[in-house]
Design a protein around this ligand. Structure first.
Ligand SMILES: NC(=O)c1ccc[n+]([C@@H]2O[C@H](COP(=O)([O-])OP(=O)(O)OC[C@H]3O[C@@H](n4cnc5c(N)ncnc54)[C@H](OP(=O)(O)O)[C@@H]3O)[C@@H](O)[C@H]2O)c1
Length: 329
């Protein structure tokens, strides 16, 4: 697969990474461990070198899974993980915590779970309103100095936060939701990222599955599936948002590719410093998603997609109210 560099940092990764959250967390029960290990190793064989996890996925289980699956292939892969939450006894997130001593403790624990001596990219998962971002950047700077972390990242941070953090420790990548149905980063952060030479890692690039055309208003999600809580996935919103899926489907049919491939190829076509990290639990879909790196969208295709997007108003917030406050800080 082609490679991309995340901003000016020199960190090179496969043009399409693998978001690993759904293997353990968020979209129903965790995968069978051996199957998950097969999928992760199969991704490396197919050219994926960029793997995304977080302390919070499980919590802990997803990092442990990656540790086991990728330890023998460690030299070939870039592993990104995230810090910044507290957890209650049941593993639920009880709040943000990016106090410097906590950042250090999480790094040490993540290194053990990931069975490695360095984290390639260490993101703050959510901006912590109680800790100045300069202190967070300082804590990561120290970890980088010690060789435990190679690159610093932020997730869902706003332009001002990015600037302040970058002044203390250069930021390699911002990880934020960005897709055909969530384009706010274009107006809110793209110019800052471009100016500072920071890459964008686009999460939920398939709209948590919706943009692939495999979900409709009749789809029922299992208990424990995060999408049950997301306003954008409420049945009436899904019904309204189907119009977007249909338009993507038409473009895909004309290009003889799949809707998922259009969704990913469109992201790749926006800027050379964006890397999407679609998640899947299925090898055939992983192959399909990787295939998007070879789909070329012409200026005409891009104009047609742009016109289609302009014709549809996406309904529903992307986070439930209690989590909405944690993004774009
Ligand atoms: N920083 C953050 O706050 C944050 C938030 C959310 C996610 N993330 C990261 O971003 C990664 C990706 O995001 P995501 O998993 O939320 O959403 P996504 O990649 O947009 O969509 C994943 C969903 O799409 C389905 N899917 C994948 N490929 C498909 C295909 N070709 N055709 C049909 N369905 C397909 C998957 O189901 P199957 O498993 O059944 O294929 C899964 O339910 C996560 O794994 C995580 O690492 C980060």
């Amino acid at each position: 697969m082609q490679k991309r560099k995340l901003g000016n940092s020199g960190l090179e990764v496969s043009a399409i990474g693998l978001g690993c959250m759904g293997l353990s967390f968020a979209y129903g029960p965790a995968m069978d461990r051996q199957e998950a290990i097969k999928l992760l190793r199969g991704a490396v064989v197919r050219g994926v070198t960029f793997f995304d996890t977080a302390e919070a996925y499980g919590p802990y289980k997803n990092e442990e899974l990656l540790g086991e699956a990728l330890a023998p292939l460690r030299q070939q892969v870039v592993i990104a993980t995230k810090f910044g939450f507290e957890f209650d006894d049941k593993g639920g997130q009880s709040g943000t915590n990016s106090r410097p001593e906590h950042v250090r403790d999480v790094a040490e624990a993540s290194l053990k779970r990931l069975k490695t001596d360095h984290i390639d990219l260490f993101y703050q998962h959510r901006v912590d309103p109680n800790v100045p971002i300069e202190d967070v950047a300082g804590a990561v700077k120290e970890l980088i100095r010690e060789g435990k972390v190679r690159h610093f990242g932020l997730s869902e941070a706003g332009a001002q936060t990015i600037r302040k953090a970058h002044a203390v420790q250069p930021v390699t990548a911002l990880q934020s939701e960005y897709s055909l149905w969530w384009r706010e980063p274009e107006t809110k952060v793209f110019s800052t990222l471009e100016e500072l030479g920071i890459g964008l890692v686009s999460y939920s690039p398939l709209g948590r599955g919706f943009l692939t055309g495999t979900i409709n208003e009749d789809t029922s999600f299992g208990s424990g599936d995060f999408r049950n809580l997301v306003p954008r996935f409420a049945p009436e919103a899904r019904k309204a948002n189907q119009a977007l899926v249909e338009l993507i489907g038409q473009i895909a049919a004309r290009k003889s590719v799949t809707s998922a491939q259009i969704a990913l190829a469109w992201i790749l076509a926006q800027k050379p410093w964006i890397v999407p990290i679609p998640g899947t639990t299925k090898l055939h879909r992983l192959e399909e998603n990787i295939g998007a790196a070879s789909v070329e969208l012409t200026p005409d295709d891009l104009r047609q997609i742009e016109a289609s997007l302009a014709a549809v108003e996406v309904k529903g917030d992307r986070y439930p109210p209690e989590l909405q406050a944690r993004v774009d800080r």
